[in-house]
Write a protein that binds this ligand. Structure first.
Ligand SMILES: [Fe+2]
Ligand SMILES: [Fe+2]
Length: 363
């Protein structure tokens, strides 16, 4: 391997850029990402996380171009990483309305990833056929695995009450449409559910309390905002099962924005979507009945840049703690990492209220 003259680090730029000819955005990869990829931390490892591509079929065989391009770009940038990430996680909402053609089209794009991929169920993947076809493509809805001393768990956190799922809607398509909106007054709160919690309790029994645990879910496993289903109804019960472990992180999709939080021993980190950003709720007051006066399906600062406020993550795992490196398309990248002094994740470039761009108030 060549040695970089300036940094002295062993790296091979030719290997790093081996796919550059096939992907012209390679030159956009940020320097910080390159440095991370070549850092020598023998006890840490890295994986990539891509989420919420919402592949949507407009008419037979024709898909929304913007959403396709978001996922294609994330896959291409992930494949450019050298050394290779240990694996990739896809965080759910691969499809928009859960049809076979949407899932097939998304799966084909994901198949271009050149390392092992673990998939999480999103509500847009689930509510047409309750995850049946998704399972044929990606396997079980919940499962666990161990990797380099860390116990990883994938949950299907988008289940809901049986009455809503099985008895309320005249067709499966209607059920899917009702759950697909952001303001969905006819929707129903997400949950992990009793059966899966029982499985989780059993799975965790064999794990030592000093083993780092990382949970992947689609909804947050915490209660952020019920009006938009940024919410998991049985979050406290799931959190209780994770309580005896020293180091726990939940990484979730669904909210299409950077969020981080600490509840007891559990760190929470959200990921970006490759499709579009959701606006921030006007209030995170957790008032169940509160709905913002007006919401919009997208909230782009720059409406002429289709990839604004979208991206994917390179996740660093050192000593069982997660550092989220957000790779924001043509934007300033952010890192949210656990701070031992504060005992919670912090945004290393956090802007205090005085220096923030004022929130959008007109639509
Ligand atoms: Fe989503
Ligand atoms: Fe979702």
């Amino acid at each position: 391997m060549e040695t970089d003259r300036q940094t002295g680090k062993g790296l091979n730029r030719r290997a790093f850029l081996r796919n550059a000819g096939a992907f012209t955005a390679a030159s956009c990869l940020p320097v910080s990402l390159v440095e991370l990829a070549f850092a020598d931390e023998s006890k840490s490892f890295r994986f990539a996380h891509i989420s919420d591509s919402h592949i949507q079929e407009i008419s037979a065989g024709k898909f929304v171009r913007n959403w396709d391009r978001g996922l294609i770009r994330a896959v291409a940038e992930t494949n450019l990483l050298t050394p290779r990430p240990d694996f990739v996680v896809f965080g759910g909402d691969l499809a928009q309305l859960g049809t076979k053609s949407e899932l097939d089209h998304g799966a084909e794009m994901l198949s271009k990833l050149d390392c092992k991929t673990h998939c999480v169920m999103g509500e847009h993947d689930y509510y047409l056929d309750l995850g049946e076809y998704w399972s044929k493509l990606f396997g079980p809805h919940h499962y666990s695995w161990d990797h380099k001393g860390v116990h990883f768990i994938t949950l299907n956190s988008v289940l809901t009450y049986d009455d809503w799922t099985y008895h309320r809607w005249p067709s499966n398509q209607q059920r899917m449409l009702e759950m697909a909106g952001l303001d969905n007054p006819n929707g129903s709160p997400f949950m992990v559910g009793e059966a899966q919690r029982k499985w989780l309790a059993g799975d965790l029994e064999k794990v030592k309390k000093d083993t780092p645990v990382v949970v992947f879910s689609h909804s947050p496993i915490q209660k952020i905002y019920k009006g938009w289903n940024f919410w998991t109804e049985d979050a406290e019960e799931v959190q209780a099962l994770l309580k005896r472990f020293q180091t726990v992180t939940v990484v979730y999709g669904h909210v299409h924005q950077i969020q981080y939080n600490q509840i007891g021993n559990i760190s929470f980190n959200a990921v970006m979507a490759t499709a579009w950003p959701w606006p921030y709720p006007q209030s995170y007051a957790q008032a169940e009945s509160y709905l913002p006066k007006l919401t919009v399906p997208m909230n782009r600062a720059d409406p002429f840049f289709e990839r604004d406020a979208t991206g994917w993550q390179l996740i660093d795992l050192a000593s069982g703690r997660v550092a989220m490196n957000y790779n924001l398309y043509d934007n300033t990248n952010r890192t949210v990492a656990y701070d031992p002094k504060q005992g919670r994740p912090v945004d290393r470039k956090y802007q205090g209220p005085a220096s923030r761009v004022p929130p959008q108030t007109r639509y």
